[in-house]
Design a protein around this ligand. Structure first.
Ligand code: GDP
Length: 195
């Protein structure tokens, strides 16, 4: 897709701040450091729009980005960061659960996992949670450039099996360095929004 405009809208701390224009929303979830900001920047053709390597655990907000006046990417706080206080974790949990369960505009989740590693417990819990609520997931294996192309299949197979990927959930190999997977992910997004 040709991205003609992308803008940061708001770091929302709760539902009152979510946009009210009814555009479709796609939530991005993943562990801290998985490459979520880099992927967002790549998808939006904007180098610094989503902050890269902001201190893990600091972002306790849902960050809204509007693309082509057509959809919102909703950047979730990175999970799996041990140093975050329990109370803050609980707050996030509530906000995220409320969003996933109640947000009418949410169409699907893009879940990021590092292609090099088997999904963590948190990754599996996140995926299962979305399935319980009934939200479709597109799994993106990030940092594809860090392993040889010939090993992608082997690695995505491990991810697929660990998460127990359901029926029409998809897995896409992505690299923010090379742009690998960008067109494929946009294609998948548009197909799902139309479908
Ligand atoms: P976030 O915490 O999930 O938002 O992760 P970031 O986007 O900040 O990326 C974490 C680190 O991984 C940074 O040093 C990035 O430069 C690096 N990184 C992210 N994506 C890629 C990628 O596709 N390839 C490589 N080689 N490094 C990446």
């Amino acid at each position: 897709m040709k991205v003609t405009s992308s803008e940061f809208i708001i770091s929302a701390v709760g539902p009152k701040q979510y946009p009210e224009d009814g555009l479709h929303e796609i939530a991005l979830v993943g562990r801290s450091n998985v490459g979520k900001s880099s992927l967002l920047n790549k998808m939006m053709n904007r180098k610094g729009l989503a902050r890269i390597s902001s201190r893990p655990g600091k972002t306790q907000t849902l960050n809204y980005f509007r693309v082509n006046n057509m959809l919102y990417f909703v950047d979730f706080p990175g999970y799996g960061y041990a140093k975050v206080a329990k109370t803050i974790k609980e707050q996030w949990g509530k906000m995220i659960e409320g969003y996933l369960k109640n947000r009418q505009e949410l169409r699907f989740v893009i879940q990021l996992v590092d292609i090099r590693h088997a999904p963590s417990k948190d990754d599996i819990a996140m995926y299962d949670w979305c399935k319980q609520i009934g939200i479709p997931t597109v799994v993106v294996a990030t940092k594809g450039d860090k392993i040889a192309r010939g090993r992608w299949l082997q690695h995505t197979k491990v991810i697929r099996q660990s998460l127990r990927l359901r029926g029409d959930d998809t897995i896409i190999v992505f690299s923010s360095e090379t742009g690998q997977g960008k067109d494929e992910l946009w294609g998948e997004i548009l197909r799902r929004l139309r479908g």
